[in-house]
Design a protein around this ligand. Sequence first.
Ligand code: GLP
Length: 261
Amino acid sequence: MRVVIQKDYEKMCAWTAQYIADAINARGGEKFVLGLPTGSTPLGVYRELIRLNKEGKVSFRNVVTFNMDEYVGLPRDHEQSYWYFMWSNFFNHIDIKKENVNILNGMATDLQAECDGYEKRIAQAGGIDLFMGGIGVDGHIAFNEPFSSLTSRTRVKTLTEDTRIVNSRFFDHDVSKVPTTALTVGVGTVTASKEVIILINGHAKARALAAVVEGGVSQSWTCSALQMHPKAIIACDDAACDELKVGTYRYFLDIEREARI
Ligand code: GLP
C-alpha cells in the first residue's frame, strides 16, 4: 500500500486530481472506467478535475463512471441524493457523456435486482480501472459499515446510527431525515478494481487512517481490506496522520518524498 502524505487538504486534492488525469491520459483516448464517491472530502478533487478539463489538460469523453452508493428512497432531484450531488458538483461541469454515467437507483422497486444489474454493468464495462473513495470516521468505504463482509458486492445496507448522525449535517441536522438504508458497492467491488485511491483528511479521520495503515485486515475497519490490494493508495493530509506511529509517518514521507507537492 502507498501512503501519500500531503501538507494540507488542497495539496491532497491537487495531487489526486493530477494522478487521475494522468491515468486517463495514459490511455490515449481509449475507454477508462472510473469509480467515484460523494461526501465533502472529494469536492476539492472534483473542483481540480473540472479546472484541468476546462484548461484542456484532461478529457472525460471516453471515461465511464460508476458511483459508489446512493441513499434508498431519495428521488434524483432531492438535493441530498448522490445523483444530485454528482451532477451539480462534477458531471455538469465536464465533457462527460451522459450515457457513460452510472449511479445506483435508490428508488428502484426491486433494490437487489438494481444492485445485481450494477455489478453486471461494471463487468460489461471491463471492470473498474481506478476507484476513488473517501472514508467514514469508523473506517467505512462507500456505505460498507463496520463488520461488512470484506468480499461483499453491491447490495442494500442498513446505515449505523453513527453514520446517520454524521450525515445529518446535510439534512438540517435532523437525524430523522437521514435515510436508514442505502445501496452500496461492496468492499469486494472496490478491491476488484485495478487500482484504488482512498482520500483521508483531517484530525477526525486520524483513528481510521491508523487502523487502515497499521492495524490488521479486519471487518471492523472495512477500508483495511485495501492491505490485500496490489495497487492501493491512501492520499492523506498531515492532520490525518496524528495517530500514526512517528516511524510509520517518517517512513512514508521518506519513500514518497517525490510525491509531496
Ligand atoms: C458517506 C459516504 C462515503 C464517504 C463518507 C465520508 O458515508 N457514503 O462514501 O466516504 O460519507 O464523507 P465525508 O467525506 O463527507 O467525510
